[in-house]
Ligand binder design. Sequence first.
Ligand SMILES: O=P(O)(O)OC[C@H]1O[C@@](CO)(OP(=O)(O)O)[C@@H](O)[C@@H]1O
Length: 457
Amino acid sequence: MGHKRLMLLDNTHDQVRVPNVIALVGLPARGKTYISHKLCRYLNWIGIKTKAFNVGEYRRKACNLEEEGEFEFFSPKNTRGQKIREECARLAIEDMGRYLDNKEGEVAILDATNTTRERRQYLVDYCKNLQHDPAFRVFFVESVCDDQMIIDSNITEVKINSPDYKGIMTQEQAKEDFLKRIENYKLQYQPLDEEHDNDLSYIKVINAGKSFFVHNVHGHIQSRVVYFLMNIHLLPRSIYLTRHGESEYNRIGRLGGDSPLSENGLKYAHKLREYFEREDIDDLRIWSSQKIRAAQTASALRDLAAHVEYWKVLDEIDAGICEGLTYEDFEARYPKQFAERDKDKYHYRYPSGESYEDLVARLEPVIMELERQSDVLVVSHQAVLRCILAYFTNKNRDDLPYLKVPLHTVIKLTPKAYSCEVEMFKFDIDAVNTYREKPGAAKLPEEPTQDTRVVAI
Ligand SMILES: O=P(O)(O)OC[C@H]1O[C@@](CO)(OP(=O)(O)O)[C@@H](O)[C@@H]1O
């Protein structure tokens, strides 16, 4: 009976999952791809399977701009160019429709200019005509920007290095050409407005988040998207992640607990302070877990920071009945549980404790707060920092619980336009290795991304 009830609940849950389309709107160089990448990463991380469809990529596959003559191609008078662009948008929309229709994912992001009402209506009608049950929800995210500084930095940071230009013309020529492209789009641009688009659901993000206009929001996903977009910013900053120094429990291989730092751990706290003295950050915030080992590490830096906060939400994964055991004890006492964890570490929940999946849910407010802030140092633990690192480096659920976050290492994350720069500063202070390889799997690299810079200090 209990089993049946659960099945029923599952089915009901399945049925109410509404596929969502998020369509970007805006002139070129308004950060649409930036928004699309960030949203995609965020939604996947919180467990909502999402894929972005970039119409520019379809267009690049369909034709070579160098041969077409770039400026002519985007002119509204160029019928061939117009036709190719319409065709590419249609293909992307169809792929997106199939993706949602086949339940490959819950959210599809259409990364295109969608600057005309006709194009937006085409998308809305296409979604309606699929007659999917429940119907797709369409949400437009328009990025409006008249701040020339933001537009210029977008053009220099990403556009002139795009495959449209790289190796084809000089940076100056590329910039000039791109500005002409924007002018061409302006000739046809019809921004979303209340008069014409009253029935649509949308948010207008004005000047990279200085202000917003939100209209007709429906459902859980749209409201999460709105909340996320209202918290992100473009200002340059870095996020520093470190585990506490080596603890007494680490030395003897025990999980969890609340032991103080070992002698090596204390040395690390001291060296960490010197590192941050050299970084000389004006308004550094330190967020530490409430575990003794983390608080001891963070307190060595107390007077260097503008704020030090001790957050329970940053405490290590709760290993439930396995708290205080070594991996060997765990395997000997609960062999079935141990094997289950190896089989699916992300979803495995310690009895009376937590799973990595639980941890991601617990850390979502931390991610949101990190998005809002400038420079922050997070002093936490192996499992917690894996979740945070996976968010910034876009890692999937299989890799997340095996990311390498060694002791006595600072991981410096600097968000860039479409990615995140990762630097690992490995301190020359002995520490035990708390990493347990995934049995039978290929060894993961030491670094979270291919272009991680590793520095020994
Ligand atoms: O998920 P696994 O790989 O077991 O790693 C998490 C474990 O790492 C440990 C060390 O073994 O973290 P930490 O020392 O950073 O507090 C344990 O407390 C925790 O249970």
